[in-house]
Design a protein around this ligand. Sequence first.
Ligand code: 0X9
Ligand code: ZN
Length: 271
Amino acid sequence: MTLEEIGQTYEGRKLYVVKISSGGTKPAIFIDAGIHAREWIAPATALYIIHQLLEVPSNKRLFENVDWYILPVVNPDGYEYSHKTERLWRKNREPGMECYGTDGNRNYGFEWGGKGSSSDECSEIYRGTHAFSAAETAAIRDFVLGIPNIKLYLSLHSYAQSFLYPWGYDTEYPENYEELRVVAELAQKAIHEEYGTYYEVSSGAELYPAAGGSDDWFYGGANVKLSYTFELGGDFFIVDESEIEDLVGEAWVGIKAFQGYVERKFGSRLN
Ligand code: 0X9
Ligand code: ZN
């Protein structure tokens, strides 16, 4: 396990990626969480994934052939603000002329500025002044473009209980959309079998069109052909303590299914 500092937030907090690898360069899985401040179950899930990989010996095999990059909190400025001041804060904390915050998930540079994003800085879905204007998304872009071996991207959110694949900007489908569906259905099925909960599989835009999302940019801008927004469960952004274990547990079951697919498809080959 190594920690890599990939940049800083608007308020100067460091952004850390946890890399878990058995050495060499293998097909990689990149997971991030917490781009939306109030979705606290997402960073919790990222920590649970790290815990499972590092502390449960039987899970060692999960990083024999695959490298993992995990960024547990994309938006720590907003996360902190949602703890101290406003529980339901969503955006980052970069001030504008009138209001605070850019929605990182409208700030990525693929079809930036399109449907479901706003030019009003007071909006919850404010897209920023230009693509990658936010320090946090720019740091991720620069880091990701330096790792050519990412095969799967998962962005953890809550609470739609679904796997969303590209495109998110509009109701069109990318070239490998059948593969995108089939792989998400593996995770869906694994969770359903073990927990009985049903995660929907659809394109992002079928939930609602929203341009400038990370999933679309990883697919279209970084050429990661397996790219998903993983909307975790829960009835709301605020999750009762008693539900946390099941929510992170079912996410982990889904993530193991994704890992299995990456391993079967690529072995330890990079393409
Ligand atoms: O709207 C979002 O950013 C995501 N839902 S959330 O409730 N967590 O805010 C969904 C994003 C799906 N992907 C794209 N539309 N690109
Ligand atoms: Zn979200």
